[in-house]
Design a protein around this ligand. Structure first.
Ligand code: AKB
Length: 326
């Protein structure tokens, strides 16, 4: 029986991961942790317990871990890359001071911990094509600094104290349930909303800028599978490159146009996001994840685009009806 705490359960990843974990572990408990102001609603609230779980409040986290006999923590609390550039101290506070609170509790209460890293952990000196698992990591963004420190701290607590920490370096994640916010790769989500609504998309990332991207169902599976992997096979822990597709805004808009022929896009490049994107890999090599725990993506750009358009057409139609008060 598993008892899991998802910190950041109302965010882009958390809102879907919490529901997936509840389906996978009906006999256990999956606690939806949230911060004040972003309380869970609807099925997320109704399908299991929810607790205010601020990573900066260690006492509160400990109370939750003890109350539900938590054995695994998914720590998804983070400011994404563009927001972290605006509020660097807060990003460090949440991502690192918060992580230490979690790791200390995990050490004393024998919890496994998943804290995602990101393509943002790499920097301009990193090889951008087929970025190796083990390579130069000198990010220039605060988000990147926190992700490298997250990987190091997570490995430190494993080697020093035996805390079962594992993680993946997420590419930009594309999803249709909860919008991301403040990320460099957000454009690849927003473009689908604009296309389905029949709006022209203003792209903040320049044509020719390639980044790794992944559809949310694959990302959720990766988060679950790495935590279920046979530990004796893991040479690495924090954190694994995982990849499924790489594209630039031109390729993405052309793919959308195959399904929505009238779709239009023009560029208004955001210099902060562009500088971050330019420093990130174009395409990562994920062979270690494939070898050590059997990672394999299922979606490519075509199958993701078909699914995104269908899901958003359904979702936006529902919200139109709701707005109209029907
Ligand atoms: C961001 O753009 O900041 C995130 C990420 C790639 O980690 N989506």
């Amino acid at each position: 029986m598993k008892n899991i705490l998802v910190i950041g359960s109302t965010g882009q990843i958390g809102s879907e991961l919490t529901m997936k974990l509840r389906k996978l572990h009906p006999e256990g408990t999956v606690v939806a942790g949230y911060i004040k102001g972003s309380e869970p609603k609807g099925r997320l609230l109704e399908s299991g317990p929810a607790e205010e779980a601020d990573v900066l409040d260690g006492e509160e986290l400990l109370r939750i871990v003890k109350k539900y006999h938590i054995d695994t923590v998914y720590n998804l609390a983070a400011l994404l890359s563009a927001t972290a550039e605006k509020r660097p101290e807060l990003a460090w506070h949440i991502q690192i001071d918060g992580l230490i609170n979690i790791l200390e509790i995990a050490k004393d209460n024998r919890c496994a911990v998943f804290t995602p890293s990101s393509i943002g952990a790499f920097g301009p000196e990193t090889p951008h094509l087929n970025t190796p698992q083990d390579t130069i990591m000198r990010p220039r963004s605060m988000y990147g600094c926190t992700k490298v420190a997250t990987e190091l701290l997570s490995d430190y607590y494993f080697h020093k104290f035996g805390v079962d920490t594992r993680s993946v370096r997420f590419p930009g994640l594309i999803s249709n349930v909860t919008l991301p916010g403040g990320g460099t790769t957000d454009y690849a989500v927003e473009i689908y909303y604009a296309a389905v609504k029949g709006e022209e998309f203003v792209c903040p990332i320049a044509g020719g800028t390639f980044m790794d991207m992944m559809y949310m169902p694959d990302a959720l599976r990766a988060a679950v599978e790495i935590m279920e992997a046979d530990p004796s096979r893991l040479v690495h822990r924090n954190s694994f490159n995982i990849a499924s597709m790489s594209f630039d805004p031109e390729i993405l808009s052309a793919k959308i146009r195959e399904h929505i022929p009238g779709f239009k896009m023009h560029y208004e490049v955001d210099p902060v996001r562009q500088a971050i994107a330019d420093s990130w890999p174009d395409k990562m090599d994920d062979s270690c994840a494939r070898k050590e725990w059997g990672w394999k993506p299922t979606y490519d750009l075509e199958s993701m685009t078909v699914d995104m358009i269908e899901a958003l057409r359904k979702k936006l139609k529902i919200s139109t009806i709701e707005k109209a008060g029907v």
